[in-house]
Design a protein around this ligand. Structure first.
Ligand code: GLN
Length: 191
């Protein structure tokens, strides 16, 4: 199984590090030819969604990745990555628009935008969550499964094979979310 990590901008190295630590082969996706190896799963990292969105289109990555997502390839999207998947973006423009939810960008404020807390993630347990100018899910279709809430806001959810998180599991020592994702990719490979 091979996981592609979108490496245009943002916190992609940390995802790669974590995936390697759990023994998963991963590749950086920086340009169209990087998709030639064939990927079974995709990580959309945190960073700046507006910048990633523009680069995805400029580099011709938008269409092939969107098609792969629509075909059911598992995706783990953190923070700005989650914004890229939202059908509606409060404070921004949708990109892939593959998850029927509305996210609110920079929802915890620009100045005081970073904090850490612990909350229950369904199927995983109490998890240390690190938020950096994070979005939250303001509205979601009833087909979107809520996995975690903080201050009554949805911060983790799943829609089919797409897992979206407001926080940054790659910036903690806790590997359970990446392990969870790797299992989903494994299941997708052996279908
Ligand atoms: N504020 C960023 C955005 O809107 C997301 C922040 C992050 O990924 N840490 O894209």
């Amino acid at each position: 199984m091979r996981i592609g990590v979108l490496a245009l901008q943002g916190a992609f190295t940390e995802h790669e590090k974590m995936l390697r630590q759990i023994g998963v082969e991963c590749f950086q996706i920086r340009q169209l030819s990087d998709l030639d190896v064939g990927i079974d799963g995709l990580v959309l990292p945190g960073g700046e969604s507006t910048v990633m969105s523009r680069l995805l289109r400029d580099l011709g990555l938008y269409e092939p990745l969107k098609n792969a997502i629509l075909d059911g390839m598992p995706v783990l999207a953190t923070c700005a990555g989650a914004i890229l998947l939202a059908q509606e973006v409060d404070g921004g423009v949708p990109c892939f628009a593959t998850v029927p939810m509305k996210v609110k960008r920079n929802a915890y404020g620009r100045q005081l935008g970073s904090f850490v807390c612990e909350a229950e993630v369904e199927g995983i347990g109490i998890y240390p969550m690190r938020f950096i100018r994070a979005p939250y899910i303001a509205e979601a279709s009833d087909k979107v499964r809520t996995m975690a809430e903080v201050d009554e806001k949805i911060v983790a959810a799943e829609y089919g094979s797409q897992t979206v998180l407001s926080f940054h599991p790659e910036l903690t020592e806790d590997k359970r979310i990446h392990e969870y994702f790797a299992k989903r990719v494994q299941a997708f490979c052996s279908r």
